[in-house]
Write a protein of this length. Structure first.
Length: 386
């Protein structure tokens, strides 16, 4: 079926208003050719997902089969040979959707296990061809055996968030990243216990970015930043996250790296509540990590990076005289320029002297197409508070 578009899209991700003559893109889910003014411009598929209704697939002329996916995955794995061969790192992204030529799908590798994320139902329905193609590519690229495959169903209406597609998946897997060990839980909903896109930031912490610092790690999740900072010579770490389960998960990250966590602080409370508590107790920190979710809601308040990140910075300054402020966000709707402007404007409003020390973006295994700058979503700005 050929579907007419109103004009040539500027992005590989199609929007509902790009389509001409289709009232409900869900009814046309599947593989199609796309045309503009009667001229075929390429092929792809329709499948409703967050922020879009389908994808243009570069260089694809017909519905992909297992061989197509084998070749696609071989090319992606080839670009990551430096990671495949790195004995000190066994967890990284193997395939990054549109950045590797096929939107709607990502594949992460965790030391013998693959985690597929389906972002729409159409691509989930092609799982047999995709898995077959992946196994072929994996077998010819890795020395290790592929033990199991897990799927994360990240589209509306999925029967479950997570499911085993192949092999057996233990509850707890230990992976390496830059020589450090991390527990991951591959069947635990959408999350696994570590955000792979922050690898370079953790590496910098491990190599001494926060050496001799009292580190406050907010929105700490499983404490991966805290562990990296401690190995890198931090005097102490304090990990704060609203979720109560963050406490045992953080403890196990310290324990697997044979670190004594008896003097490390861990709190299950809201971050703003903790800032009030720390100020009242006259606690001070030399390095504060701010890595909130793009949007969050609890019983008492909502938080969004666009509206409330400045409040985090302001609260941080109440418990920091000088040191490092590590400002991070994965909000794709905020450009790097706007995020940096937000940080600098807040510091200037607070009459705080500062200097931008370092900036991190997505690592090499998370490529983003130039046509989709929003896909380069990670922005980490390290600020020296003077």
């Amino acid at each position: 079926m050929t579907i007419q578009l109103k004009k040539r899209p500027t992005s590989f991700l199609l929007q509902a208003n790009d389509l001409a003559g289709i009232k409900d893109s869900a009814d046309s889910a599947g593989w199609h050719e796309f045309s503009v003014a009667g001229k075929i411009i390429g092929a792809g598929y329709l499948g409703v997902q967050n922020k879009g209704v389908g994808w243009l697939i570069p260089n694809a002329q017909q519905k992909p089969d297992a061989t197509f996916f084998t070749n696609l995955f071989l090319e992606a794995i080839g670009k990551r040979k430096f990671l495949v061969r790195d004995a000190q790192t066994t967890a990284f992204r193997l395939f990054n959707g549109a950045g590797d030529g096929f939107g709607g799908l990502t594949i992460d590798y965790y030391g013998g296990y693959a985690v597929f994320s389906w972002y729409n139902e159409t691509i989930a329905n092609w799982k047999k061809e995709i898995i077959r193609g992946f196994k072929e590519a994996f077998a010819s690229s890795f020395r290790e055996e592929l033990v199991g495959i897990v799927a994360k169903n990240r589209y509306q209406g999925a029967a479950s968030e997570s499911e085993i597609l192949d092999g057996t998946i233990p509850e707890d897997v230990i992976v390496l990243e830059n020589g450090l060990k991390y527990h991951v839980h591959l069947q635990d909903g959408w999350m696994t216990g570590i955000f792979l896109d922050q690898r370079e930031v953790r590496k910098s912490l491990k190599e001494g970015l926060a050496k001799d610092c009292r580190v406050l790690n907010t929105f700490s999740y499983t404490g991966a930043f805290s562990v990296a900072a401690k190995v890198g010579g931090a005097k102490s770490t304090t990990s704060v996250d609203l979720a109560k389960r963050s406490l045992p998960l953080t403890k196990e990250q310290f324990e697997v790296n044979e670190l004594d966590d008896s003097k490390e602080k861990m709190y299950a409370m809201g971050v703003f509540h903790f800032f009030d508590y720390a100020a009242k107790k006259k606690l001070n920190y030399d390095c504060i990590i701010l890595d909130p979710p793009s949007f969050a809601r609890n019983k008492k308040q909502t938080f969004s990076v666009a509206k409330n990140y400045n409040e985090l910075i302001e609260a941080s300054l109440k418990v920091m005289k000088k040191g490092l402020l590590i400002c991070s966000t994965n909000a794709s709707n905020i450009s790097y320029g706007n995020f940096r402007k937000m940080i600098e404007t807040t510091l200037k409003d607070q009459k705080q002297a500062y200097a931008i020390q370092e900036v991190f973006r997505l690592p090499a295994d998370f490529p983003a197409p130039k046509e989709m700058p929003e896909e380069n979503y990670l922005k980490v700005v390290v600020v020296s508070i003077l």
